[in-house]
Design a protein around this ligand. Structure first.
Ligand SMILES: Cc1cc2nc3c(=O)[nH]c(=O)nc-3n(C[C@H](O)[C@H](O)[C@H](O)COP(=O)(O)O)c2cc1C
Length: 190
């Protein structure tokens, strides 16, 4: 089984990116992966909603790759959610377009893993902070995967970044080829 992957990418300063650049370069040449760079495609934020919805319909795995910004997504990806995931398309009684698709968030994080525990400076884990995305995936009847998270990107070494990139590539290959371990399913919204 081969699944097609749509990698929706959001980074407002890609020219300065180190972590996302390494991750993206590790996967963008994989077969059956379509990269959709929101800041490149829509520098003025004027999102072509029909184009985006067609891309979603034509892929089975939805990867959202971005840096963690204020415990959330860059603004363009939030705008994309607001405009593209419409009632009757992505959710609601007749909004079945994304039903059964796999949702994989891939996040680079400035802080270290030790900062993302209840006793740490950020109080919550990254998966906890990503609950709004998990709930969004659930409402759209997508199958939520454990987020792929790269911590400590401010101080990450080249070998660590290489290892993270190889791990990311392996994750996407497993999703594409259907060899990924049992997915974490979202709550049903039938
Ligand atoms: C506007 C902004 C908000 C950020 N918010 C967070 C945050 O909430 N938590 C965190 O750990 N890092 C935060 N960071 C750090 C970025 O996540 C980090 O620089 C990025 O993931 C590194 O990836 P890159 O090399 O591809 O830019 C923030 C950075 C910026 C510019």
């Amino acid at each position: 089984m081969t699944r097609s992957i749509l990698l929706t990418f959001a980074h407002p300063a890609y020219h300065k990116s180190k972590a996302n650049r390494a991750l993206l370069e590790a996967v963008q040449t994989l077969d059956h992966v379509t990269v959709n760079d929101l800041y490149e495609a829509y520098p003025d934020f004027m999102i072509d909603v029909p184009r985006e919805q067609e891309l979603l319909v034509n892929h089975e795995v939805l990867v959202f790759q971005h840096p963690f910004y204020w415990y959330s997504t860059p603004a363009h990806l939030k705008e994309w959610f607001d405009l593209v995931l419409t009632h009757g398309f992505a959710y609601g009684q007749d909004g079945m377009a994304l039903s059964g698709k796999i949702w994989q968030s891939a996040i680079t994080v400035g802080g270290g893993a030790e900062a993302y525990v209840s006793s740490g400076v950020n109080s919550f884990s990254v998966p906890e902070l990503l609950r709004p995305l998990q709930a969004t995936a659930g409402l759209c009847r997508c199958v939520w995967q454990e987020p792929f998270v790269v911590y400590g990107c401010h101080t990450i070494t080249e070998p660590e970044l290489t290892a993270a990139s190889e791990s990311y590539r392996a994750r996407l290959i497993a999703l594409r080829d259907g060899t990924v371990a049992a997915p974490i399913t979202s709550p049903s919204h039938a």
